[in-house]
Design a protein around this ligand. Sequence first.
Ligand code: FAD
Length: 464
Amino acid sequence: MKNSVNSLDPSLIEEFASQLRGDIVQPSDTDYNETRKVYNGMIDKRPGLFAMCVDVADVMASVNFGRDNNLLVAIRGGGHNGGGLGLCNDGLVIDLSGIKFVRVDTSDSTVRVGGGNLWGEVDHATHPFGLAVPAGIISTTGVGGLTLGGGVGHLSRKHGLTIDNLLEADMVLADGSFVTVNKDQNSDLFWAIRGGGGNFGVVTSFKFQAHPVKNVFGGPTLWPIEQTEEIMEWYHEFLHNAPDELNGFIATMVIPGPPFPEHLHKKQFCAIIWCYSGDMNKAEEAFKPVLAKNPLFAHVGEMPYPAIQSLFDGLLPHGFQWYWRADFFNEIGAELRKQHLKFGSKIPSLLSQMHMYPISGAASRVGPEETPWAYRDAKYAGVICGVDPDPKNADKITEWCKAYWEALHPYSSGGAYSNFMMDDEGQERVKASYKHNYDRLAKIKGKYDADNFFSVNQNIKPSK
Ligand SMILES: Cc1cc2nc3c(=O)[nH]c(=O)nc-3n(C[C@H](O)[C@H](O)[C@H](O)COP(=O)(O)OP(=O)(O)OC[C@H]3O[C@@H](n4cnc5c(N)ncnc54)[C@H](O)[C@@H]3O)c2cc1C
């Protein structure tokens, strides 16, 4: 049983605040309600105290304060987690948004990033050097959570998951100590954080391998929802045999409005969002088979990598209601395609959608035990998101999302990508998402965090 921050003697909090360079925020502060907001407007957690850390010393003091006072502790990176795992009720939030820096080293194309950075900030800093670190598909997502869970996105087929490009991290552990982890130092921890989430400590900086990616050729192609089964069947055959440079995630979605042309508005589609990161002179050739499938709408072209990374930021601002469900899939067989058509045809709001991100090319060439990310042999990380600005529609989007997931789940590979899960799915689902790697993760957790101090995450229970 954890203590509530409320039960602490105020002098203890005062003393803690005096150890920090960053601020603290408490429920009595005028900025408390603003501070407790996260990306998902459905999350309404009320932490007892925020430590707005600006450096590693602040993080160490916060970990020590949380542990010594037996508080529930959450770590907030970018605050994008669907289940709101960057916050906790009554406890202490170690907020990393003040730990931001990006240093690009052109001598070896590596990038050092703060534990609280967002991906758009990293893209902005690397782009002038013609470099990019593989991340996701939305620039407002936090580097911390996305990386520690795995990181699937536009560059996965060419350059692997984000964790496949992680070279080193600095961390504060549950005992308050500071360690650097890489393939030679604390290699067990380095293995564990490449997919094991925030279970092992607070990462204060990441070092990534970047790649020469300046401009990409991409954008959406849309087919009427009635063609879903045909397009999915073609896509599965085409994409996994295409060159690694070509990435495209497939979706069922509604076109909500501008910037898309009016005749598409409020209609349902089977969509593929492409990103070709090879030689721009060969891009049009690579797209010929796609255009031969006669999409109703195609808006593909050359653009800077940061542009494709932020293409959907405007449509999906902070504060909307989000409900998530996910699974990995090895294929999109006939039964599955039927279900996609069925549920894609009754999307309950303009922004609700289903995405399947391909895991092939470089992402599939990493062994299933090389990192905790166990589903290297799956072909897709699938996710269904019920999304709407209006809290009154929360039940409607949640029900659709759950029903869609239940229809697909029997055809799935068993587990889900941990970053696409809510916080109410139970321990068996966490185990399923790590499969054969769970026991090894649990042992490392037992070694570094035997008391499960870092528990606000897709939690790995410590074992001996
Ligand atoms: C709109 C949207 C688009 C997305 N697109 C993609 C995508 O394309 N690809 C993809 O892989 N994922 C994607 N995600 C999922 C995303 O990876 C997760 O939501 C992830 O948890 C977000 O990380 P964060 O730091 O913003 O989250 P937070 O809510 O801050 O944290 C999430 C979890 O990570 C832990 N954590 C965060 N930072 C640190 C740190 N520095 N040290 C230790 N623990 C930390 C937290 O404790 C918490 O358990 C998307 C999410 C959203 C909302």
